[in-house]
Design a protein around this ligand. Structure first.
Ligand code: COA
Ligand code: AMP
Length: 631
């Protein structure tokens, strides 16, 4: 079948399409139908089925004779560790951990926060929750204590599972002290915490609250898989929105299983037994879907990589791993390739390894710039597939489905919509625009299985953020266009979200932190273009009248405030003090115009600007920061 036939097949019979895809999943009770539209526009999938994610990701492979196959390869160049875990070992470890959690009172529907680096125990913790029907929420290690506290107060976990530390180049990330700091800030307190003690830093455990990962599992009965309803939340993953309050994306169990399993063959073109590697982090959606769940659900071997594309120890790490573990399909963010290309432009490291096992490279998380795609194509000699998705969708909205048909690659485009996604480009009034015309990208409801049905504890915000602007559609927050062949081009965000090294961050959240500095009266944060990370945040600070301090001092304090409150991942290092911010007559800060000046792009003077002279002051301040960059 061609892509067009598959896509049209879905369009003409979505119910049949998804019920067919659901056949690949082991159900305790089969769903009577796929779509549940009774509460439209809040759609659900497979709601009356009963199923368990851990069974499908682990146990069934053992039952079906794959017990000795490697499920997880842990490769950690940063600590010099490598190990393999077979499916049967994984089943035993997860069942034991789940049993210990259950013995301490964790049950179906309870929330569990997981705060761990890239170690196999992070996946085991996720799967143990899934085994019990507990709802996990993984928090990325690059976030600071405050961000963890915000998530604890929103998810209200019964238990928190953490590691004693993570390891970044040149420094230890003190997870346990960060967790203790978060618990001092949060109103909600968990019943207990489980700490995985790493040899690199052994954390202090608080009597009566904290349990050692190994000790607390001793002597308990392993737990069996608990069947849950198809619409039961598998997990909550917080992502950046417009404000400092992150959005808790809810992932429903049944649709998640069906959709992820479908993607492994059709999009990533791997079969059970093949090695699949997503070089991301379990704290992000890519890590949830393609380090943990999808490869395991489809019976692949997945790789947990603790390291960086460069510096651990060199720009050849990715190629070493691909060659050594026989990776067939590889997925990472364009930033990682830009970092490698910068260190090794001629691909000297690539030549050192036999990469004949690799059949395709997939890029996502941010716009894949043509230079990076061409470099990757030249170096690797395999199809380089850009694909576009979001935390909210959990899997690709658009891509090039190599397992169905290899469509011609158009550099700069993540190709075409996947079955399940009816993608439209709309103008402000919600009318469809023609080919090659920029507009808001919206998806006709219902969204396919696996996508978010709502936000955790925030149904109103779900409607406001995604559904209200274009009734009948999901608003992606991305702007772009379609060409005459139906290929999509993703150009920019329509909100205050920026993308720094493939990490989604909210400028609004950074502004909230800066505004809390006692000397800052007003501020704006914008995302400026960066050759390596795609975008970098930059802050403009107006000081409170009467404050007569050294500007460099205030900037320094603001930089550490963002690092302390949001975390190092915000990469907030650029800021300056200005007298005034450019605004419209109605008081809206002209962030878009500031971005254009910083990037050295042509811009039209906004007709509604209050005082055009302020733009000259901004340009002067930008010069002080070295912007626009030469070339
Ligand atoms: N725990 C704690 N801190 C973390 C962290 C983690 N898991 N991940 C990143 N950080 C820290 C980094 O140490 C860095 O701190 P620093 O300011 O003290 O140097 C800061 O957060 C910014 O990190 P990052 O943006 O990743 O930059 P970097 O300079 O460390 O590395 C790249 C640059 C390009 C090599 C790196 O960004 C990279 O590998 N990107 C891939 C992106 C990716 O996988 N995205 C996932 C979405 S698909
Ligand atoms: P996240 O929720 O962290 O996965 O970030 C999702 C956002 O990243 C999208 O809304 C886009 O703005 C951006 N993004 C992800 N993948 C791509 C891509 N392939 N091309 C362009 N932008 C992308």
């Amino acid at each position: 079948m061609t892509y067009s036939e598959v896509y049209e097949g879905w369009k003409s019979d979505p119910e049949g399409f998804w019920m067919d895809a659901a056949e690949a999943i082991d159900w305790d009770k089969k769903p009577s139908k796929a779509l549940f539209g009774e509460n439209a526009p809040m759609y659900e999938w497979f709601s009356d089925g009963m199923v368990n994610t851990c069974w499908n990701a682990v146990d069934r492979h053992v039952e079906n004779g794959r017990g000795d196959q490697v499920a997880i390869i842990y490769d950690s160049p940063i600590t010099g560790t490598r190990k393999s875990i077979s499916y049967v070992m994984l089943r035993n470890r997860v069942a034991q951990l789940a049993g210990a959690l259950r013995a301490k009172g964790v049950e179906k529907g309870d929330r569990v926060i997981i705060y761990m680096p890239m170690i196999p125990e992070a996946l085991e913790a996720m799967l143990a929750c899934a085994r019990l029907g507990a709802i996990h929420s993984v928090v990325f290690g690059g976030f600071a204590a405050h961000e963890l506290a915000v998530r604890i107060d929103d998810a209200k976990p019964k238990c928190i599972i953490a590691a004693s530390c993570g390891i970044e180049p040149g420094r230890i990330v003190h997870y346990k002290p960060l967790l203790d700091g978060a618990l001092e800030q949060s109103t909600h307190q968990p019943d207990f915490c489980v700490i995985f003690q790493r040899e690199y830093e052994v954390a202090h455990l608080e009597e009566g609250r904290d349990y050692n990962w190994h000790g607390f599992q001793y002597g308990v009965e392993p737990a069996e898989c608990v069947p849950v309803e198809g619409n039961h939340p598998a997990y909550i993953l917080y992502t950046s929105g417009t404000t400092g309050q992150p959005k808790g994306v809810v992932r429903p169990t049944g649709g998640h299983l069906v959709a992820l399993n479908w993607t492994m063959k059709n999009l990533y073109n791997v079969d059970p037994g093949d090695v699949f590697w997503a070089a991301s982090d379990v704290g992000w959606v890519v890590g949830h879907s393609y380090i943990c769940y999808a490869p395991l659900i489809s019976g692949n071997t997945t790789i947990v990589f603790e390291g960086k594309p460069i510096g651990t120890p060199d720009a050849g790490t990715f190629w070493r791993i691909i060659s050594e573990h026989k990776v067939k399909s590889f997925f990472t963010a364009p930033t990682a390739f830009r970092a490698i290309k910068r260190e090794d432009p001629k691909g000297e490291f690539v030549k050192k390894y036999d990469l004949s096992c690799l059949k395709a490279l997939y890029l996502a998380g941010e716009r894949a710039d043509p230079d990076t795609i061409h470099w990757a194509q030249d170096q690797l000699g395999v199809p380089v597939i850009d694909h576009w998705w979001q935390t909210e969708t959990g899997w690709a909205i658009a891509g090039n489905p190599l397992g169905i048909e290899e469509l011609p690659v158009k550099v700069g485009s993540p190709s075409v919509p996947m079955p399940g996604y009816d993608v439209h480009i709309l103008d402000e009034g919600g009318h469809e625009v023609g080919p090659n015309t920029l507009g808001a990208i919206a998806i006709k409801l219902p969204l396919p299985p696996g996508t978010l049905p709502t936000l955790w504890n925030a149904e109103d915000r779900f409607h406001k953020s995604y559904l209200n602007h274009f009734p009948g559609y999901y608003e992606t927050g991305d702007a772009g266009y379609k060409d005459e062949d139906g290929y999509l081009y993703i150009m920019a965000r329509t909100d205050d979200v920026i993308n720094v090294a493939g990490h989604r961050l909210s400028t609004g959240a950074m502004e909230e932190v800066l505004a809390s500095h006692p000397d800052v009266a007003e501020c704006a944060v914008i995302g400026v273009s960066d050759d390596l990370k795609g975008q970098l945040p930059m802050g403009f600070l107006c000081l409170t009248t009467g404050v007569d301090r050294d500007h460099a001092e205030v900037v320094k304090e603001c930089v550490s405030l963002v690092r302390d409150q949001i975390g190092p991942v915000a990469a907030f290092k650029l800021a300056c003090v200005v007298d005034r911010l450019p605004k419209t007559r109605s008081g809206k800060i002209l962030r878009g115009t500031m971005v254009k000046i910083a990037d050295g792009e042509e811009f039209k003077m906004p007709a509604t600007i209050d005082d055009p002279a302020i733009l000259d002051e901004i340009a002067e301040a930008l010069k002080g920061l070295g912007y626009p960059k030469a070339g």
